[in-house]
Design a protein around this ligand. Sequence first.
Ligand code: AP5
Ligand code: MG
Length: 185
Amino acid sequence: MRIVLLGGPGAGKGTQAQRLSQQFQIPWLSTGDILRHEIVRQSQLGQQVQPYLEQGQLVPDELMIAFIRQRLLQPDTAQGWILDGYPRTAFQAEELDFLLDELEQRLTWAVLLEVEASILMQRSLARSRLDDEPTLIERRIQALFEQTLPMLDYYEQRGRLLRINGSQTPDQVEQQLLTRLNTSL
Ligand code: AP5
Ligand code: MG
């Protein structure tokens, strides 16, 4: 199972990725969580990406593509993975497909958790992460509309997109997701 989970800040990507990862016993890779961790430990990658996360902006494609490439070449991902928050641009989506071709693997589904902007804001504000300040959440929502949602055509045209109503309770979202995955495999 190889799933990419897409959605805005607070859409529930992390919440659902963790559940799918347990259900299918495959790694959960959250690019946002990994980058925040790298910032805390001030690694070279952390220092490079810090200004972008602090502004609520996407990290440049080149950095993300190189990072995902080395990560998906690690042996723990051979049986599958849940990518939470990657890809986020059409360029990242294309490059992911090139990488999967090279690895002779195939994406199972791109899953979009659909949640309206006001709920995204409420959920993110209810949490208090390093990048959960109102202006930064607004910028992340803007990045969703301007850079990530246009990428959906890429998956839709390839018949690889599942849209899930992410405004329901976490259990309901999980149920809907598992049902759609089981019936659509
Ligand atoms: P990232 O960490 O991915 O941030 P995000 O997209 O803003 O998403 P969040 O992690 O805030 O939300 P989530 O969807 O995981 O929701 P969660 O389950 O936690 O990225 C951060 C930054 O990293 C980006 O801004 C960018 O700079 C950089 N970055 C990362 N990937 C990149 C890429 N590919 N390219 C370039 N840059 C990249 O839930 C949120 C809250 O809501 C929780 O409190 C949860 O309990 C609650 N909740 C969840 N589901 C529900 C529900 N169904 N009902 C009620 N409450 C719920
Ligand atoms: Mg998250």
